[in-house]
Ligand binder design. Structure first.
Ligand code: HEC
Length: 135
């Protein structure tokens, strides 16, 4: 593991869980590494693990109103009420919800479906830290 630039960017705005997740992400150097592609790297993970629930008719969409089936939907409301804060994985709900340190009752994929692997979580984190680009 390398130490990355994550500390410089992390937010402390969302309480102990967010701070803990940010610390773990920082320890993993989530901001380092080659550029992550949304279409080649990120979207396949989300399509496989998230979209069934997070489209109209799915449980996640019914409960949270959140679709995850396109870049625009993932980024919708980005900032104050969004789930992705470009440049800051540690303050992005999308990352905090899939992170191993998330509350098991809230961790995504919801309800004990297969969890994301550590490399998958790191990939998503790096994508956010690199600006959450539509690349
Ligand atoms: C089995 C269905 C299911 C799957 C699969 C699932 N979710 Fe969810 N998701 C939910 C439910 C239900 C909620 C609402 C939870 C609550 O508020 O109690 C939710 C809420 C969320 C929220 C909060 C939405 C908001 O706007 O506040 C995010 C972010 C999220 N999910 C991301 C994901 C990601 C990323 C994946 C894939 C790794 C995923 N979910 C997979 C059911 C699911």
């Amino acid at each position: 593991m390398t130490s990355g630039g994550f500390f410089r960017k992390r937010s402390s705005g969302r309480g102990p869980a967010a701070a803990a997740a940010a610390a773990v992400l920082a320890a993993c150097g989530a901001a380092d590494g080659p550029e992550v592609s949304f279409s080649a790297d990120v979207q396949p993970i989300i399509t496989q693990h998230c979209v069934a629930c997070h489209t109209p008719g799915g449980l996640g969409y019914r409960k949270s109103g959140r679709r995850l089936d396109s870049y625009d939907e993932i980024m919708r409301g980005s900032g104050a009420r969004g789930i992705v804060e470009p440049g800051s994985a540690g303050s992005s709900t999308l990352i905090l919800y899939v992170h191993p340190s998330a509350d098991p009752n809230m961790r995504m994929p919801f309800g004990g479906s297969t969890e994301l692997t550590k490399p998958q979580v790191e990939l998503l984190s790096r994508w956010v830290d690199q600006g959450a680009k539509n690349n």
